[in-house]
Design a binder for this molecule. Structure first.
Ligand code: PDD
Length: 286
């Protein structure tokens, strides 16, 4: 396995960073997860734009010019002879003396990991997953904006830990007002009275790239869409529910807090959107 580290590809065992890296010491850095299908990265422009946005929001200058990223990621796929791949870009503040001041770190650390894509077990897509609402709330947008895809992931890790302990696939986090936000690495959608609903960005979520694809698809299909603030009770009345992210695409939800959503089976809107999503992919790859 070849890892890109700062300015070159090195073998996995040589891909080592300093214990003084502020990504390690403070979670000071950003990341992006991308997926390649048959060697081609889906929604590449959007992922690179979000990487730049995260960097801007923490005042970090990524040392690799924006125009060089597509070929660098292409090299990461080719070097590892991958087709369906999971890629992770990590950019930390870099190595510096202990202390919070980013000025202590002269140069950011850049890492690109590319590995074979590990598909979720197929039964999750046919049966749907179980969620709980966690007691851990989503970071307050005015404290650590969920729009920064930050290395500081403890908020989500604590929610995931709670969900795993409860035997659930994942946890839905609420915001300080008790409104739905998102799961630990995905956005949430539900269908109510035939409309496709999802928490608005103002609720304190990461505006997922898959979320945007799904909203566009739904509108193209003539489906009513709504982005607003919802209480957890909205999920009790929902006809369907699903999660979206780069790695799962569209994942049906079977139950929330042990209440079946609709019949519990993946519903017609969920299935139709996933079919449309796959059709977009086929067009992208043709
Ligand atoms: N997670 N919300 C959170 C908190 C996320 O971390 C992610 C992505 C999403 C969905 O975003 P997108 O559709 O752009 O993948 C929503 C990635 C997959 C990760 O952490 O690896």
């Amino acid at each position: 396995m070849w890892i890109f580290l700062n300015d070159r590809f090195v073998k996995r065992e040589d891909a080592l960073i300093s214990v003084f890296d502020h990504g390690f010491l403070y979670g000071d850095g950003i990341y992006e997860t991308l997926r390649a299908y048959d060697g081609r990265i889906f929604m590449l422009t959007q992922h690179l734009a979000r990487l730049q946005r995260s960097a801007r929001l923490i005042g970090l200058d990524i040392p690799i010019p924006e125009k060089d990223w597509p070929s660098l990621l292409g090299d990461a796929i080719a070097r590892n002879t991958l087709h369906d791949a999971y890629l992770r870009i990590t950019v930390s503040r870099g190595t510096g003396e202990i202390g919070l001041d980013p000025g202590l770190c002269p140069k950011p650390t850049v890492v690109v990991i590319a590995k074979p894509f590990q598909a979720y077990p197929p039964h999750l897509f046919t049966q749907g997953v179980s969620l709980i609402t966690t007691s851990v709330h989503r970071n307050l947008a005015t404290a650590l904006s969920p729009q920064i895809k930050s290395l500081n992931f403890l908020n989500n890790i604590l929610a995931k830990q709670e969900a795993t302990k409860a035997g659930a696939f994942d946890g839905i986090m609420l915001n300080a007002e008790g409104r739905l936000t998102e799961c630990t690495t995905s956005n949430i959608f539900f269908v109510q009275h035939g409309a496709l609903c999802t928490p608005s960005v103002a609720c304190g979520i990461l505006d997922g790239i898959t979320r945007e694809v799904v909203l566009t698809l739904a509108r193209e299909q003539g489906l009513k869409t709504e982005e607003s603030a919802y209480t957890p009770e909205a999920l009790r009345q929902a006809e369907e529910c699903f999660l979206t992210n780069t790695t799962m695409e569209i994942m049906p939800v079977r139950d929330v807090d042990q209440h079946l959503v609709g019949s519990g089976n993946p519903g017609p809107v969920t299935l139709s959107l996933h079919k449309q999503f796959r059709a977009i992919l086929d067009r992208f790859l043709s």
